[in-house]
Design a protein around this ligand. Structure first.
Ligand code: SF4
Length: 425
């Protein structure tokens, strides 16, 4: 299967950063998130800081890493489960027992009760969610602690608490005559455990890109307005599809008083959108859709709801990674599909469906630079540690945080998430 590195070597001019040809340890200690689509993002504080892989593992070639990982998997057997996110590079996904989106993977781990250790090949918030949902005896490992998520980091607990204080000062907490409280907080799964716990404590809920509409319906039944974080695009696209006018969706900029809004704008708000975004999905444009349609008349354009609103509006369909995966699988042979999501998933879908033409809307190869930090070298290092009895890079969520976060996650499950929620735009 083609890897990002193969593509980089074959077509260096078409990548967003030539450093992508190097191992992630080359940039693990430099400021910022490193090469990739979020290269220019500033890492907010406090976030997980990069850690370096021991030099011996940096020098190992692919064959040695493969031999080590395979041997460790054999030794650890049922005591180990490896989870691989859709956006992971193929060199890592090949070792995964389950491949899926973040919530599918957290649940998949529960189907392996004998597994003492869950190695999550994804990013930090995913490992936290797995730890929240895992049995007490299970431990969760993130192979590279530098694998954060730039979007999740855009909403830190202190900023959200400060926002909440201002909203409570403005609206109070008393329900109206219909029993609806002034504000319901809704956090996207792509957020820290602390923010999931914040939602649990304050009558809020978690959503995924698959069930955001169902969750917003739940929230509107219970609240006059919603505070949605961290992804403005998922919030805006979902609420717009539900008929909420744009003027009732002000943006909250955490650096400004009242988020940069007038009191009246907040009074009229149905959804207050946090000023966050995914650097990967922000790259997609309507010009790319126009170009795809010109080059491939009749092409079916499917984009992720983390894309900006004009892109979602111009696409034929929008849906979660799981929706996109199923849509490609179910398309008729000969179909042409242009996809607006992370390149590793798109390339894998193209390879799995050679009877269809599947390509990424963005002609520039730009993987999620934090997912990219899970390299087979890190996987070999943590697995070797387990074989030797040493637990490396464990992710542990404090029990009082986990307890409140579980409340918000359980509300989401009770809201009956839809299994396939993409829709014709
Ligand atoms: S693709 Fe975007 S939202 Fe997903 S982990 Fe990467 S930066 Fe975060």
């Amino acid at each position: 299967m083609t890897s990002v590195n193969d593509l980089v070597v074959a077509r260096p001019a078409e990548t967003c950063d030539t450093d992508l040809a190097e191992g992630p340890w080359v940039f693990d200690t430099v400021p910022g998130y490193g090469p990739g689509s979020s290269e220019l993002d500033v890492i907010p504080e406090p976030v997980i800081r990069p850690g370096q892989l021991p030099p011996a593992y940096q020098r190992m070639d692919e064959a040695e890493l493969h031999a080590r990982i395979a041997a460790a998997k054999e030794t650890l057997g049922e005591r180990l489960v490896i989870l691989g996110h859709f956006y992971q590079r193929d060199e890592v996904v090949r070792y995964a027992d389950f491949v899926g989106d973040s919530f599918q993977l957290a649940n998949a781990a529960l189907t392996r009760p004998d597994a003492e250790t869950i190695v999550f090949c994804g990013v930090h918030f995913m490992a936290e969610t797995a730890d929240i949902l895992a049995r007490e005896e299970q431990r969760v490992i993130l192979p590279n602690l530098a694998a954060g998520c730039s979007m999740a980091d855009m909403a830190d607990e202190a900023s959200v608490e400060a926002c909440w204080e201002q909203l409570v000062a403005r609206f109070g907490t008393e329900p109206d005559a219909d029993g609806r409280v002034p504000v319901i907080p809704v956090t996207y799964m792509n957020s820290s455990a602390a923010l999931k716990a914040f939602c649990g404590r304050n009558g809020g809920i978690v959503c995924t890109s698959s069930n955001a509409r169902t969750v917003l319906e739940w929230a509107f039944e219970r609240g006059q307005r919603v505070l949605f974080f961290p992804d403005q695009h998922l919030g805006r696209n979902t609420a717009k599809a539900m008929g909420v006018p744009l003027e009732e969706m002000p943006m909250w900029n955490p650096r400004k008083e009242l988020g940069g809004n007038s009191p009246e704008q907040l009074d009229d708000a149905r959804v207050i959108l946090w000023h966050g975004f995914c650097s990967v999905h922000k790259r997609f444009t309507t010009a790319q859709i126009d170009a795809a349609r010109e080059e491939h008349p009749g092409v079916r354009v499917i984009v992720h709801p983390e894309c900006p609103m004009p892109v979602v509006d111009a696409a034929d369909e929008t849906g979660s990674t799981d929706y996109i995966r199923r849509a490609v699988a179910e398309a008729a042979p000969g179909s042409v599909l242009a996809i607006g999501t992370e390149i590793n998933l798109v390339n894998r879908l193209a390879a799995e469906h050679p009877d269809k033409t599947v390509f990424c809307l963005d002609p520039v190869i730009c993987p999620c630079s934090t997912m990219y930090r899970i390299h087979p070298g890190y996987l070999a290092w943590v697995l070797d540690g387990l074989v030797e009895g040493e637990v490396r890079n464990e992710i542990t969520v404090d029990e009082h945080v986990a307890r409140d976060a579980r409340v918000a996650l359980e509300r989401m499950l009770a809201a009956l998430p839809q299994p396939l929620t993409g829709a014709r735009a």
